[in-house]
Design a protein around this ligand. Structure first.
Ligand code: ZN
Length: 212
């Protein structure tokens, strides 16, 4: 059980990539990904502000293993900006897999950040693309709206949630990961690596009972 936190006007819940392709039956399914949806729906009701993110790739995106002859999904290549894991084709713009889960029910969400739309660069984080330099605009949006504490939930813990937490911390936001509202893909122990990274950042990791 986590210590109860009081949620106020400066808090925002960022719901990461709760899309069909990241859930069972999707093209890049995160085990148990669909199980977070009812919890995320209830969490969203506790927050004055909610932002959704949506992985949103053009066809032929650099992160797709299918674009690299001889390479297979989950191998790592060296992209111009550093290591890049290759994935099955997923979340292609306008495809059913890129849509939010139909049971995701957060009509109050104030912003949808789409990311990964540049063909030559992937974007795990809600804040910066994988070069750690190209902004998505979310930092500016949150700052201008006076939102200082970022709560994270969604998919996947060890990639998009992890990198979002790291970037939010780097940009000076207080960051809290709601761990039971996330699920991991776990490529080469990436869940363990994510836990270590979050612990090193002094990012708070809580369970949903801390906010409900
Ligand atoms: Zn992607």
């Amino acid at each position: 059980m986590s210590k109860k936190l009081s949620i106020g006007e400066g808090d925002v819940l960022v719901v990461v990539d709760v899309q069909n392709d990241f859930c069972p039956g999707g093209l890049l399914a995160v085990p148990g990904g669909d199980a977070v949806v009812p919890l995320v729906n209830r969490l969203a009701e506790q927050f004055p502000h909610v932002v959704l993110t949506q992985d949103w790739h053009p066809p032929g995106h650099l992160s797709f293993a299918s674009m690299h002859p001889g390479r297979r999904p989950y191998e790592t290549i060296t992209a111009s900006y550093g290591p890049q894991v290759l994935w099955p084709d997923h979340c292609v713009q306008g495809s059913p897999g890129a849509a939010f889960r139909s049971d995701l029910d957060i009509p109050r969400a104030e912003l949808i950040i789409r990311k990964g739309f540049r063909r030559e660069i992937d974007s795990y984080s809600a804040f910066y693309e994988n070069d750690h330099a190209t902004p998505t605009g979310l930092t500016g949006y949150l700052r201008q709206r006076g939102l200082a504490r970022v709560f994270l939930a969604g998919l996947a813990l060890d990639f998009c949630v992890r990198y979002s937490a790291e970037d939010a911390h780097r940009d000076g936001f207080a960051v809290i990961v709601i761990e039971d509202a996330c699920r991991g893909i776990d490529v080469d122990d990436s869940v363990t690596a994510a836990r270590h990274s979050l612990a090193a950042l002094e990012t708070a990791v809580v369970t949903s009972d801390a906010v409900m």
